[in-house]
Design a protein around this ligand. Structure first.
Ligand SMILES: Cc1cc2nc3c(=O)[nH]c(=O)nc-3n(C[C@H](O)[C@H](O)[C@H](O)COP(=O)(O)O)c2cc1C
Length: 226
């Protein structure tokens, strides 16, 4: 299974979201899923923020782009190819000020591209091109934003991720949200991490099952063609 794994926390060894994404991939390996990981740390290789040149180039039809426009879009083109080549996407990030880290927003701005990650259909609608990929969002939050908590209505992260990736064709992403962490007492924090680990265990089992059924189907197809 080719997985694009993206981390977005400003923290490194102390980061909960990074630890959780590593934990998930370890659980998948334990399930004997053959992994081919394409790793991106958006805090190190941060996609460029949208510039005027990008805003013009991206909406200029491909056959009318100048060499300068093509150069402007080159890194975004490459990132789109990496996304499209993956079978699954694992995005790990903290909540910052109720939404996503700015480096991950820059990533979204880089990979939302006409005729690459979404196309216009004959009836004038758009069709996202990431419908094939499984998608897991692992988020870490200092506060508790679960339903019923006073902060629940402040969650601008989940809807923003759902909207941005829904537009790209991701209809049913999985969310594992570790909360409350930083702003909770040690007991609540431990419980939050235990809940997240248990949810990630279950997602790993589910992904392993579907990956083995895809491999079985591939083997049957190959056998039929021989
Ligand atoms: C700049 C900044 C802003 C934050 N904003 C929020 C927030 O709006 N809501 C929240 O619940 N936690 C917030 N937190 C706490 C982090 O989401 C929390 O500590 C999370 O576990 C960090 O993930 P990490 O360990 O992977 O970096 C913020 C932390 C930082 C550093």
């Amino acid at each position: 299974m080719k997985i694009m794994h993206v981390d977005a926390s400003a923290k490194r060894e102390r980061s909960n979201s990074r630890a959780l994404s590593r934990y998930f991939l370890e659980r998948l390996r334990e399930q004997h899923v053959d992994l081919d990981i394409d790793y991106l740390d958006v805090t190190v290789d941060t996609p460029p923020h949208v510039t005027e040149a990008f805003a013009i180039a991206t909406y200029t039809p491909a056959d009318q782009r100048t060499d300068a426009m093509k150069a402007t879009l080159a890194s975004s083109d490459a990132l789109c190819e990496r996304l499209l080549a993956a079978d699954a996407l694992v995005f790990a990030m903290p909540m910052y000020n109720w939404s996503m880290p700015s480096a991950f927003k820059a990533f979204i701005d880089s990979v939302t591209r006409t005729n690459l990650t979404y196309v216009f259909t004959d009836d004038g609608h758009t069709a996202g091109q990431l419908g094939r990929q499984k998608v897991l969002f692992i988020t870490s939050r200092g506060a508790d934003l679960r339903a019923g908590s006073p902060y629940a209505a402040m969650d601008a992260l989940t809807p923003a991720l759902k909207a941005a990736f829904g537009f790209l064709g991701v209809a049913d992403p999985t969310f594992v949200d570790a909360q409350p962490l930083q702003f909770a007492d040690p007991e609540a924090r431990t419980e939050a991490l235990e809940r997240a680990h248990a949810e990630l265990d279950a997602v790993a089992v589910e992904w392993a099952k579907s990956s083995s059924s895809v491999e079985t189907n591939d083997e049957v197809m190959t056998a039929c063609q021989e």
